[in-house]
Design a protein around this ligand. Structure first.
Ligand SMILES: NC(=O)c1ccc[n+]([C@@H]2O[C@H](COP(=O)([O-])OP(=O)(O)OC[C@H]3O[C@@H](n4cnc5c(N)ncnc54)[C@H](O)[C@@H]3O)[C@@H](O)[C@H]2O)c1
Length: 258
């Protein structure tokens, strides 16, 4: 522990996946790392049971954490989640818009309902979180918003459709918010992970052929680990990144450098 986030309050979405002994996601790994660095953490997700388990384990380890049930597509739920975070910890300094999902459908086979839901999670969810976090960050004298985009916010892939559109939206929305709030010391950055085994991808990447084909495209020759993404989130959330806004932090073993 080096207290890089000492005194900060962070709300992390899509953070239920922090149960020790199970496959962790970026949000779950970030919850642990943020707490270890001194932050108080609001763990938010639609997976209530798993989120509560994550928070129980965080508290047992001596950290300050609460679980807040949040569907990022709902403005009403966002308002409640921000209010509950401030009620629990007194303020809000950091927001990590990390919730995500994906339908593996080519353009012709993707339904309008799938498209709308996926865009709602990645694009609208990121917008709503940012919209409702800003007034609290202003009260706190500034803040840091970290939006989880993807390498697939830069480049296409054979089997996903709305995922690229949603992650691209999160990427460019980040820059609009960054310049609008820079003078208020509210920094907004995007993070772009490459392939990592998490609850969202483990079914797909547990197929040896799929995994090996992906690894073969990565210059470093391996998939990433959730902690390697969470470390980037800690950096962008911390005062070490005090002059960084509107930036894209790519953590992908070199995938899109090619
Ligand atoms: N794993 C990868 O290879 C990879 C690569 C690039 C980007 N990402 C992105 O990273 C983020 C985290 O994913 P992960 O791979 O750690 O998997 P994960 O399954 O741990 O995280 C996604 C979480 O988002 C939650 N979620 C989904 N819809 C939601 C909603 N409407 N409201 C609130 N929560 C919701 C899920 O319940 C889940 O807990 C996602 O945005 C994902 O798209 C993942």
């Amino acid at each position: 522990m080096s207290n890089r986030l000492e005194g900060k309050v962070a709300l992390i979405t899509g953070a239920a996946s922090g149960v020790k002994g199970e496959t962790m996601g970026f949000g779950g790994a970030a919850a642990w790392l943020f707490a270890a660095e001194g932050a108080k953490v609001a763990v938010c997700d639609i997976k209530d049971e798993q989120g509560k388990k994550t928070v129980t384990q965080l508290r047992e380890a001596g950290h300050e954490a609460v679980f807040i049930s949040l569907d990022v597509t709902s403005e009403e739920q966002w308002k409640r989640a921000i209010t509950e975070t401030v009620k629990a910890f007194g303020k809000l300094n950091v927001l990590v818009n990390n919730a995500g999902m994906g339908y593996m459908e080519k353009v012709e086979f993707m339904t309008v309902e799938q498209w709308d839901y996926e865009m709602a999670v990645h694009a609208k969810g990121t917008f709503l979180g940012t919209k409702h976090a800003i007034p609290e960050m202003r009260k706190a004298g500034g803040g840091s918003i970290v939006n989880t985009s993807s390498i697939f916010g830069f480049v296409g892939s054979p089997d996903s459709t709305a995922y690229h559109a949603g992650k691209g939206a999160a990427r460019i929305f980040t820059k609009a918010a960054a310049i609008q709030y820079a003078k208020e010391n509210i920094r907004v950055n995007s993070i772009h992970p490459g392939g990592v085994v998490t609850p969202m991808t483990e079914q797909m990447l547990s197929k040896r052929r799929v995994r090996e084909a992906f690894e073969a495209k990565v210059p470093m020759g391996r998939l990433g680990m959730p902690e390697e993404i969470a470390r980037g989130m800690v950096f962008l959330a911390s005062d070490e990144a005090s002059y960084i806004t509107g930036a894209e932090l790519v953590i992908d073993g070199g995938f899109i450098a090619q």
